[in-house]
Design a protein around this ligand. Structure first.
Ligand code: F6P
Length: 477
Protein backbone atom coordinates (compact mmCIF):
# COMPACT_ATOMS: atom_id res chain seq x y z
CA UNK A 1 0.00 0.00 0.00
CA UNK A 2 1.24 3.54 -0.66
CA UNK A 3 2.15 5.70 2.27
CA UNK A 4 -0.04 8.81 2.04
CA UNK A 5 0.80 11.70 4.28
CA UNK A 6 0.55 15.43 4.26
CA UNK A 7 3.84 17.19 3.74
CA UNK A 8 6.14 17.77 6.66
CA UNK A 9 9.01 20.09 6.08
CA UNK A 10 11.20 18.66 8.83
CA UNK A 11 14.05 16.44 7.83
CA UNK A 12 13.89 17.10 4.08
CA UNK A 13 16.21 19.03 1.86
CA UNK A 14 19.85 19.03 3.04
CA UNK A 15 21.52 16.00 1.52
CA UNK A 16 25.07 16.73 0.48
CA UNK A 17 26.65 13.72 -1.19
CA UNK A 18 23.29 11.89 -1.60
CA UNK A 19 22.81 9.97 -4.86
CA UNK A 20 21.30 11.88 -7.75
CA UNK A 21 17.51 11.51 -7.78
CA UNK A 22 15.38 12.24 -10.78
CA UNK A 23 12.73 14.86 -10.07
CA UNK A 24 10.01 15.04 -12.69
CA UNK A 25 7.66 18.00 -12.81
CA UNK A 26 4.62 18.07 -15.07
CA UNK A 27 1.25 19.72 -14.93
CA UNK A 28 -0.45 16.34 -14.63
CA UNK A 29 0.97 13.56 -12.47
CA UNK A 30 0.07 9.89 -13.04
CA UNK A 31 -2.66 8.61 -10.72
CA UNK A 32 -1.63 6.32 -7.94
CA UNK A 33 -4.32 3.80 -7.02
CA UNK A 34 -3.95 0.95 -4.54
CA UNK A 35 -0.21 1.40 -4.39
CA UNK A 36 0.19 1.27 -8.14
CA UNK A 37 0.98 3.96 -10.66
CA UNK A 38 -1.65 4.09 -13.40
CA UNK A 39 0.84 3.95 -16.17
CA UNK A 40 0.47 6.11 -19.26
CA UNK A 41 3.29 6.37 -21.82
CA UNK A 42 5.36 9.00 -20.03
CA UNK A 43 4.94 7.31 -16.63
CA UNK A 44 6.15 4.00 -18.05
CA UNK A 45 9.14 5.65 -19.66
CA UNK A 46 10.18 7.45 -16.52
CA UNK A 47 9.45 4.57 -14.17
CA UNK A 48 12.87 2.89 -14.60
CA UNK A 49 14.75 6.13 -14.15
CA UNK A 50 12.68 7.01 -11.09
CA UNK A 51 12.98 3.55 -9.52
CA UNK A 52 16.73 3.18 -10.01
CA UNK A 53 17.95 5.89 -7.73
CA UNK A 54 14.71 7.00 -6.16
CA UNK A 55 12.71 9.87 -7.45
CA UNK A 56 10.04 12.44 -7.02
CA UNK A 57 7.20 13.45 -9.33
CA UNK A 58 5.58 16.80 -8.66
CA UNK A 59 2.56 18.48 -10.21
CA UNK A 60 -1.12 19.36 -10.13
CA UNK A 61 -3.53 16.83 -8.59
CA UNK A 62 -6.10 17.48 -11.34
CA UNK A 63 -8.47 18.81 -8.61
CA UNK A 64 -9.61 22.30 -7.76
CA UNK A 65 -10.46 23.59 -4.31
CA UNK A 66 -12.93 26.33 -3.47
CA UNK A 67 -10.83 28.01 -0.79
CA UNK A 68 -7.07 28.14 -0.35
CA UNK A 69 -5.62 24.84 -1.58
CA UNK A 70 -4.30 22.51 1.13
CA UNK A 71 -0.61 21.57 1.37
CA UNK A 72 0.50 19.12 -1.33
CA UNK A 73 -0.19 15.46 -0.73
CA UNK A 74 2.67 12.97 -0.80
CA UNK A 75 2.26 9.33 -1.80
CA UNK A 76 5.18 6.92 -1.77
CA UNK A 77 5.35 4.01 -4.18
CA UNK A 78 8.59 2.16 -3.51
CA UNK A 79 11.44 4.66 -3.73
CA UNK A 80 9.32 7.18 -5.64
CA UNK A 81 7.31 9.97 -4.02
CA UNK A 82 4.39 11.50 -5.91
CA UNK A 83 3.64 15.01 -4.69
CA UNK A 84 0.45 16.59 -5.96
CA UNK A 85 -1.29 19.82 -5.16
CA UNK A 86 -4.77 21.13 -5.80
CA UNK A 87 -5.29 24.46 -7.56
CA UNK A 88 -7.74 27.14 -6.51
CA UNK A 89 -10.61 27.66 -8.94
CA UNK A 90 -9.07 30.97 -10.02
CA UNK A 91 -5.68 29.36 -10.67
CA UNK A 92 -7.36 26.64 -12.70
CA UNK A 93 -9.29 29.20 -14.77
CA UNK A 94 -6.45 31.59 -15.45
CA UNK A 95 -3.36 29.36 -15.39
CA UNK A 96 -4.61 26.08 -16.91
CA UNK A 97 -7.66 27.14 -18.94
CA UNK A 98 -6.21 30.63 -19.37
CA UNK A 99 -2.54 31.19 -20.18
CA UNK A 100 -1.70 27.52 -20.81
CA UNK A 101 -4.69 26.62 -22.97
CA UNK A 102 -5.98 29.91 -24.35
CA UNK A 103 -2.63 31.62 -24.96
CA UNK A 104 0.31 29.22 -25.27
CA UNK A 105 -1.52 26.21 -26.73
CA UNK A 106 -3.18 28.00 -29.67
CA UNK A 107 -0.12 30.22 -30.27
CA UNK A 108 2.27 27.24 -30.32
CA UNK A 109 -0.11 25.51 -32.75
CA UNK A 110 -0.22 28.53 -35.07
CA UNK A 111 -3.82 29.38 -34.24
CA UNK A 112 -3.49 33.12 -33.72
CA UNK A 113 -7.19 33.42 -34.51
CA UNK A 114 -7.92 31.47 -31.30
CA UNK A 115 -5.21 33.02 -29.11
CA UNK A 116 -6.21 35.20 -26.20
CA UNK A 117 -3.69 37.65 -24.74
CA UNK A 118 -4.79 38.72 -21.28
CA UNK A 119 -2.50 40.13 -18.62
CA UNK A 120 -4.49 38.42 -15.87
CA UNK A 121 -3.78 35.05 -17.52
CA UNK A 122 -0.08 35.75 -17.66
CA UNK A 123 0.22 36.96 -14.09
CA UNK A 124 -1.70 33.94 -12.80
CA UNK A 125 0.52 31.64 -14.89
CA UNK A 126 3.57 33.20 -13.24
CA UNK A 127 1.93 32.94 -9.81
CA UNK A 128 1.13 29.23 -10.19
CA UNK A 129 4.68 28.51 -11.39
CA UNK A 130 5.91 30.47 -8.36
CA UNK A 131 3.63 28.40 -6.12
CA UNK A 132 4.95 25.15 -7.62
CA UNK A 133 8.52 26.40 -7.03
CA UNK A 134 7.71 27.29 -3.42
CA UNK A 135 6.28 23.84 -2.71
CA UNK A 136 9.00 22.00 -4.61
CA UNK A 137 12.20 23.88 -3.74
CA UNK A 138 12.55 22.72 -0.14
CA UNK A 139 11.92 19.14 -1.18
CA UNK A 140 14.93 19.17 -3.50
CA UNK A 141 18.27 17.63 -2.62
CA UNK A 142 21.55 19.04 -3.76
CA UNK A 143 22.33 16.37 -6.38
CA UNK A 144 18.84 16.09 -7.85
CA UNK A 145 18.32 16.31 -11.61
CA UNK A 146 15.09 18.12 -12.42
CA UNK A 147 13.17 17.29 -15.59
CA UNK A 148 10.27 19.64 -16.31
CA UNK A 149 7.68 18.82 -18.96
CA UNK A 150 5.65 21.01 -21.25
CA UNK A 151 4.27 24.46 -21.87
CA UNK A 152 2.48 24.81 -18.53
CA UNK A 153 5.78 25.16 -16.71
CA UNK A 154 8.04 27.26 -18.92
CA UNK A 155 8.97 29.68 -16.07
CA UNK A 156 9.34 27.05 -13.34
CA UNK A 157 13.13 26.79 -13.73
CA UNK A 158 13.51 30.54 -13.31
CA UNK A 159 11.25 30.51 -10.22
CA UNK A 160 13.37 27.74 -8.70
CA UNK A 161 16.64 29.54 -9.51
CA UNK A 162 15.31 32.67 -7.80
CA UNK A 163 14.86 30.54 -4.70
CA UNK A 164 18.51 29.55 -4.85
CA UNK A 165 18.13 26.12 -6.49
CA UNK A 166 21.39 25.28 -8.28
CA UNK A 167 20.50 21.78 -9.42
CA UNK A 168 20.75 20.65 -13.04
CA UNK A 169 17.40 21.47 -14.64
CA UNK A 170 16.00 20.64 -18.04
CA UNK A 171 12.67 21.08 -19.79
CA UNK A 172 11.19 19.08 -22.64
CA UNK A 173 8.54 20.67 -24.80
CA UNK A 174 5.97 18.14 -26.01
CA UNK A 175 4.26 20.72 -28.25
CA UNK A 176 5.61 22.44 -31.33
CA UNK A 177 7.62 25.62 -30.83
CA UNK A 178 6.33 28.48 -33.00
CA UNK A 179 8.33 30.43 -35.56
CA UNK A 180 9.87 33.62 -34.21
CA UNK A 181 7.35 35.84 -36.00
CA UNK A 182 4.47 33.95 -34.41
CA UNK A 183 6.05 33.93 -30.96
CA UNK A 184 6.46 37.70 -30.97
CA UNK A 185 2.71 38.22 -31.25
CA UNK A 186 2.51 37.28 -27.59
CA UNK A 187 3.05 40.41 -25.49
CA UNK A 188 4.91 38.40 -22.84
CA UNK A 189 7.25 36.69 -25.34
CA UNK A 190 10.46 38.15 -23.96
CA UNK A 191 9.63 37.31 -20.34
CA UNK A 192 8.78 33.74 -21.31
CA UNK A 193 11.95 33.30 -23.37
CA UNK A 194 14.13 34.83 -20.67
CA UNK A 195 12.60 32.46 -18.13
CA UNK A 196 13.47 29.49 -20.34
CA UNK A 197 17.13 30.48 -20.20
CA UNK A 198 17.16 29.36 -16.54
CA UNK A 199 17.20 25.70 -17.63
CA UNK A 200 20.44 23.87 -18.48
CA UNK A 201 18.80 21.94 -21.33
CA UNK A 202 15.76 22.69 -23.48
CA UNK A 203 14.56 19.71 -25.50
CA UNK A 204 12.38 19.87 -28.61
CA UNK A 205 10.53 17.28 -30.67
CA UNK A 206 11.97 18.25 -34.08
CA UNK A 207 14.73 20.28 -35.77
CA UNK A 208 12.03 22.62 -36.93
CA UNK A 209 10.98 23.46 -33.37
CA UNK A 210 14.56 23.93 -32.25
CA UNK A 211 15.30 26.16 -35.24
CA UNK A 212 12.26 28.30 -34.42
CA UNK A 213 13.63 28.73 -30.90
CA UNK A 214 17.20 29.52 -31.95
CA UNK A 215 15.96 31.97 -34.61
CA UNK A 216 14.30 33.92 -31.83
CA UNK A 217 17.50 33.81 -29.76
CA UNK A 218 19.67 35.01 -32.64
CA UNK A 219 17.43 37.44 -34.48
CA UNK A 220 15.05 38.80 -31.85
CA UNK A 221 17.37 39.13 -28.85
CA UNK A 222 20.87 38.94 -30.37
CA UNK A 223 22.02 35.80 -28.51
CA UNK A 224 24.62 33.31 -29.74
CA UNK A 225 23.91 29.73 -30.81
CA UNK A 226 26.74 27.31 -31.60
CA UNK A 227 26.55 24.28 -33.90
CA UNK A 228 26.68 21.96 -30.89
CA UNK A 229 23.53 23.54 -29.42
CA UNK A 230 25.21 25.84 -26.90
CA UNK A 231 23.13 28.98 -26.40
CA UNK A 232 24.38 32.21 -24.81
CA UNK A 233 21.72 34.78 -24.06
CA UNK A 234 20.22 36.78 -21.17
CA UNK A 235 23.51 36.32 -19.24
CA UNK A 236 23.06 32.54 -19.24
CA UNK A 237 24.62 29.64 -21.11
CA UNK A 238 22.57 26.51 -21.74
CA UNK A 239 22.06 23.70 -24.25
CA UNK A 240 19.31 22.95 -26.74
CA UNK A 241 18.66 19.61 -28.45
CA UNK A 242 16.18 17.54 -30.44
CA UNK A 243 14.66 14.45 -28.78
CA UNK A 244 11.70 13.07 -30.77
CA UNK A 245 9.50 11.17 -28.33
CA UNK A 246 8.75 7.51 -29.13
CA UNK A 247 6.44 4.72 -28.02
CA UNK A 248 7.02 1.32 -26.52
CA UNK A 249 6.11 -0.77 -29.62
CA UNK A 250 5.99 -4.06 -27.68
CA UNK A 251 2.80 -2.86 -25.99
CA UNK A 252 1.05 -2.87 -29.38
CA UNK A 253 2.55 -6.12 -30.60
CA UNK A 254 1.84 -8.31 -27.55
CA UNK A 255 -0.98 -10.89 -27.48
CA UNK A 256 -4.42 -9.60 -26.50
CA UNK A 257 -6.82 -11.28 -24.06
CA UNK A 258 -9.34 -13.67 -25.72
CA UNK A 259 -12.26 -11.65 -24.28
CA UNK A 260 -11.09 -8.53 -26.08
CA UNK A 261 -10.45 -10.45 -29.28
CA UNK A 262 -14.02 -11.75 -29.14
CA UNK A 263 -15.27 -8.17 -28.67
CA UNK A 264 -13.38 -7.07 -31.79
CA UNK A 265 -14.58 -10.06 -33.81
CA UNK A 266 -18.20 -9.33 -32.95
CA UNK A 267 -17.79 -5.69 -33.85
CA UNK A 268 -16.18 -6.61 -37.15
CA UNK A 269 -19.02 -9.02 -37.96
CA UNK A 270 -21.60 -6.30 -37.35
CA UNK A 271 -19.93 -4.24 -40.05
CA UNK A 272 -19.73 -7.03 -42.62
CA UNK A 273 -16.84 -6.69 -45.07
CA UNK A 274 -16.80 -2.91 -45.12
CA UNK A 275 -13.36 -1.34 -44.91
CA UNK A 276 -12.54 0.88 -41.94
CA UNK A 277 -10.54 4.02 -41.66
CA UNK A 278 -9.68 5.28 -38.21
CA UNK A 279 -8.76 8.48 -36.43
CA UNK A 280 -8.00 8.67 -32.70
CA UNK A 281 -7.47 12.13 -31.27
CA UNK A 282 -8.13 14.15 -28.15
CA UNK A 283 -10.93 16.58 -29.06
CA UNK A 284 -8.75 19.53 -30.03
CA UNK A 285 -8.82 22.04 -32.88
CA UNK A 286 -5.12 21.34 -33.56
CA UNK A 287 -5.96 17.79 -34.67
CA UNK A 288 -7.59 18.79 -37.96
CA UNK A 289 -10.69 16.63 -37.47
CA UNK A 290 -13.17 18.89 -39.33
CA UNK A 291 -10.72 19.02 -42.25
CA UNK A 292 -10.47 15.20 -42.11
CA UNK A 293 -14.27 14.88 -42.24
CA UNK A 294 -14.34 17.19 -45.28
CA UNK A 295 -11.69 15.09 -46.98
CA UNK A 296 -13.72 11.95 -46.31
CA UNK A 297 -16.77 13.64 -47.77
CA UNK A 298 -14.70 14.64 -50.82
CA UNK A 299 -13.54 11.04 -51.22
CA UNK A 300 -17.16 9.85 -51.24
CA UNK A 301 -18.02 12.51 -53.83
CA UNK A 302 -15.09 11.77 -56.10
CA UNK A 303 -15.06 7.99 -55.79
CA UNK A 304 -18.73 6.92 -55.50
CA UNK A 305 -17.63 3.25 -55.52
CA UNK A 306 -16.62 3.66 -51.86
CA UNK A 307 -20.14 4.57 -50.78
CA UNK A 308 -21.58 1.80 -48.60
CA UNK A 309 -18.11 0.20 -48.62
CA UNK A 310 -15.95 2.32 -46.31
CA UNK A 311 -16.65 3.70 -42.82
CA UNK A 312 -14.64 6.22 -40.87
CA UNK A 313 -14.34 5.63 -37.11
CA UNK A 314 -13.36 8.81 -35.35
CA UNK A 315 -12.62 8.23 -31.67
CA UNK A 316 -12.40 11.56 -29.91
CA UNK A 317 -12.41 11.79 -26.12
CA UNK A 318 -13.42 15.31 -25.07
CA UNK A 319 -10.79 17.49 -23.39
CA UNK A 320 -10.47 21.00 -21.91
CA UNK A 321 -14.25 21.25 -22.11
CA UNK A 322 -14.46 24.49 -20.10
CA UNK A 323 -12.55 26.42 -22.76
CA UNK A 324 -14.92 28.12 -25.24
CA UNK A 325 -12.90 27.12 -28.33
CA UNK A 326 -13.18 23.45 -27.33
CA UNK A 327 -16.96 23.74 -26.94
CA UNK A 328 -17.09 25.25 -30.42
CA UNK A 329 -15.03 22.54 -32.08
CA UNK A 330 -17.19 19.91 -30.40
CA UNK A 331 -20.30 21.50 -31.84
CA UNK A 332 -18.69 21.88 -35.25
CA UNK A 333 -17.78 18.19 -35.38
CA UNK A 334 -21.23 17.04 -34.35
CA UNK A 335 -22.73 19.21 -37.09
CA UNK A 336 -20.24 18.06 -39.71
CA UNK A 337 -20.60 14.32 -38.94
CA UNK A 338 -24.39 14.74 -38.93
CA UNK A 339 -24.29 16.54 -42.27
CA UNK A 340 -22.09 13.93 -43.98
CA UNK A 341 -24.07 11.03 -42.55
CA UNK A 342 -27.34 12.71 -43.56
CA UNK A 343 -26.02 13.16 -47.06
CA UNK A 344 -24.60 9.67 -47.68
CA UNK A 345 -25.83 7.13 -45.08
CA UNK A 346 -27.86 4.12 -46.11
CA UNK A 347 -29.99 1.68 -44.15
CA UNK A 348 -26.99 -0.64 -43.65
CA UNK A 349 -24.14 1.90 -43.64
CA UNK A 350 -23.09 4.82 -41.44
CA UNK A 351 -20.26 6.74 -43.16
CA UNK A 352 -18.83 8.40 -40.02
CA UNK A 353 -18.95 6.77 -36.59
CA UNK A 354 -18.07 9.76 -34.46
CA UNK A 355 -17.41 8.57 -30.91
CA UNK A 356 -16.78 10.86 -27.92
CA UNK A 357 -15.25 8.39 -25.51
CA UNK A 358 -11.94 6.74 -24.78
CA UNK A 359 -11.05 3.05 -25.08
CA UNK A 360 -8.49 0.86 -23.33
CA UNK A 361 -5.14 0.42 -25.02
CA UNK A 362 -6.04 -3.15 -26.04
CA UNK A 363 -9.27 -2.07 -27.68
CA UNK A 364 -7.51 0.74 -29.51
CA UNK A 365 -4.90 -1.73 -30.72
CA UNK A 366 -7.72 -3.89 -32.09
CA UNK A 367 -9.39 -0.89 -33.73
CA UNK A 368 -6.06 0.04 -35.35
CA UNK A 369 -5.45 -3.51 -36.49
CA UNK A 370 -8.92 -3.80 -38.03
CA UNK A 371 -8.53 -0.58 -40.05
CA UNK A 372 -7.21 -0.37 -43.58
CA UNK A 373 -6.22 3.26 -43.17
CA UNK A 374 -5.09 5.30 -40.14
CA UNK A 375 -5.73 9.02 -40.38
CA UNK A 376 -3.36 11.24 -38.43
CA UNK A 377 -3.88 14.63 -40.01
CA UNK A 378 -3.31 17.37 -37.41
CA UNK A 379 -2.95 20.95 -38.58
CA UNK A 380 0.08 21.16 -36.26
CA UNK A 381 1.31 18.69 -33.65
CA UNK A 382 4.43 18.31 -31.53
CA UNK A 383 4.87 14.62 -32.33
CA UNK A 384 1.56 12.68 -32.41
CA UNK A 385 2.16 9.28 -30.91
CA UNK A 386 -1.06 7.87 -32.42
CA UNK A 387 0.81 7.76 -35.75
CA UNK A 388 3.45 5.46 -34.24
CA UNK A 389 0.88 3.44 -32.33
CA UNK A 390 -1.20 2.80 -35.46
CA UNK A 391 1.82 1.46 -37.33
CA UNK A 392 3.01 -0.68 -34.40
CA UNK A 393 -0.47 -2.18 -33.90
CA UNK A 394 -0.79 -3.45 -37.48
CA UNK A 395 -0.91 -7.08 -38.45
CA UNK A 396 2.68 -7.67 -39.65
CA UNK A 397 1.58 -9.81 -42.62
CA UNK A 398 -1.32 -7.62 -43.76
CA UNK A 399 -0.75 -4.07 -42.50
CA UNK A 400 -2.92 -1.01 -42.97
CA UNK A 401 -1.69 2.31 -44.34
CA UNK A 402 -0.91 5.48 -42.41
CA UNK A 403 -2.00 8.84 -43.85
CA UNK A 404 0.05 11.43 -41.97
CA UNK A 405 0.07 15.21 -41.88
CA UNK A 406 3.32 16.88 -42.83
CA UNK A 407 2.69 19.21 -39.86
CA UNK A 408 2.95 16.45 -37.23
CA UNK A 409 6.39 15.97 -35.70
CA UNK A 410 6.01 12.26 -36.52
CA UNK A 411 6.24 13.04 -40.26
CA UNK A 412 9.95 13.77 -39.80
CA UNK A 413 10.50 10.14 -38.81
CA UNK A 414 7.70 8.17 -40.49
CA UNK A 415 8.69 9.09 -44.01
CA UNK A 416 7.08 5.97 -45.48
CA UNK A 417 3.60 7.08 -44.49
CA UNK A 418 1.43 8.78 -47.11
CA UNK A 419 2.39 12.33 -46.20
CA UNK A 420 -0.31 14.95 -46.81
CA UNK A 421 -1.09 18.60 -46.28
CA UNK A 422 -4.26 18.48 -44.13
CA UNK A 423 -5.44 21.81 -45.59
CA UNK A 424 -5.51 20.25 -49.08
CA UNK A 425 -8.86 18.44 -49.03
CA UNK A 426 -8.32 16.79 -52.39
CA UNK A 427 -4.86 15.54 -51.53
CA UNK A 428 -6.14 13.94 -48.30
CA UNK A 429 -9.13 12.40 -50.15
CA UNK A 430 -6.72 10.94 -52.74
CA UNK A 431 -4.43 9.57 -50.02
CA UNK A 432 -7.43 7.90 -48.33
CA UNK A 433 -8.35 6.19 -51.61
CA UNK A 434 -4.72 5.28 -52.27
CA UNK A 435 -4.45 3.74 -48.81
CA UNK A 436 -7.58 1.66 -49.41
CA UNK A 437 -6.21 0.37 -52.72
CA UNK A 438 -2.54 -0.09 -51.84
CA UNK A 439 -1.15 -3.51 -52.85
CA UNK A 440 0.17 -5.78 -50.10
CA UNK A 441 3.85 -5.52 -51.18
CA UNK A 442 3.86 -1.78 -50.87
CA UNK A 443 2.06 -1.89 -47.52
CA UNK A 444 4.59 -4.38 -46.17
CA UNK A 445 7.56 -2.31 -47.35
CA UNK A 446 6.21 0.91 -45.95
CA UNK A 447 5.42 -0.61 -42.55
CA UNK A 448 8.80 -2.30 -42.31
CA UNK A 449 10.59 1.00 -42.90
CA UNK A 450 8.46 2.74 -40.27
CA UNK A 451 8.82 -0.03 -37.70
CA UNK A 452 12.60 0.25 -38.02
CA UNK A 453 12.42 3.89 -36.95
CA UNK A 454 9.86 3.16 -34.23
CA UNK A 455 12.09 0.46 -32.73
CA UNK A 456 15.30 2.46 -33.07
CA UNK A 457 13.83 5.47 -31.35
CA UNK A 458 11.51 3.97 -28.79
CA UNK A 459 10.36 5.55 -25.55
CA UNK A 460 13.27 4.17 -23.49
CA UNK A 461 15.73 5.56 -26.00
CA UNK A 462 14.08 8.94 -25.86
CA UNK A 463 14.34 9.02 -22.06
CA UNK A 464 17.95 7.80 -22.01
CA UNK A 465 19.06 10.30 -24.63
CA UNK A 466 17.40 13.20 -22.86
CA UNK A 467 18.79 12.24 -19.45
CA UNK A 468 22.30 11.75 -20.86
CA UNK A 469 22.13 15.19 -22.49
CA UNK A 470 20.80 16.67 -19.25
CA UNK A 471 23.72 15.23 -17.27
CA UNK A 472 26.09 16.61 -19.88
CA UNK A 473 24.44 20.03 -19.79
CA UNK A 474 24.68 19.98 -15.99
CA UNK A 475 28.42 19.27 -16.15
CA UNK A 476 28.93 22.11 -18.63
CA UNK A 477 26.90 24.49 -16.48
O1 F6P B 1 0.69 17.68 -25.99
C1 F6P B 1 0.75 18.39 -24.82
C2 F6P B 1 0.01 17.71 -23.67
O2 F6P B 1 0.35 18.33 -22.46
C3 F6P B 1 0.36 16.23 -23.60
O3 F6P B 1 1.59 16.01 -22.97
C4 F6P B 1 -0.85 15.67 -22.96
O4 F6P B 1 -1.13 14.38 -23.34
C5 F6P B 1 -1.98 16.57 -23.42
O5 F6P B 1 -1.39 17.79 -23.81
C6 F6P B 1 -3.01 16.62 -22.31
O6 F6P B 1 -3.68 17.77 -22.16
P1 F6P B 1 -4.53 18.10 -20.85
O7 F6P B 1 -3.64 17.84 -19.66
O8 F6P B 1 -4.87 19.53 -21.00
O9 F6P B 1 -5.70 17.20 -20.86
Amino acid sequence: MPKTKSAEKKGKGSTKGAPSRLVVVSNRVPDVKDGRVQAGGLAVALEDALQNEGGLWFGWSGKTSTGRPAEPKETDVGPVTYVTMDLSRKDYNEYYNGFANRTLWPLFHYRLDLTSFRRTFFSRYQAVNELFAEKLSWRLKENDRIWVHDYHLLPLGECLRRRGCKQTMGIFLHTPFPAMEVMTYMPAHRAVMKALAAYDLIGFQTDNDMRAFTDYIEYEVGGKVSKSGKVEVFDRTFQVGVFPIGINPAVFERPIAPKELAWARKLRQQHGDKAWMIGVDRLDYSKGIPERFHAFERMLERYPGYRSQVSLFQITPPSRGEVAEYKEIRHELETSAGHINGRFADIDWVPINYINKSYTRDRLTLFFRSSRVGLVTPLRDGMNLVAKEFVAAQNASDPGVLVLSRFAGAARELKSALIVNPYDTDEVAEAMARGLEMPLDERLNRREAMMKVIHENDLDNWRDKYLAALADAGRKA
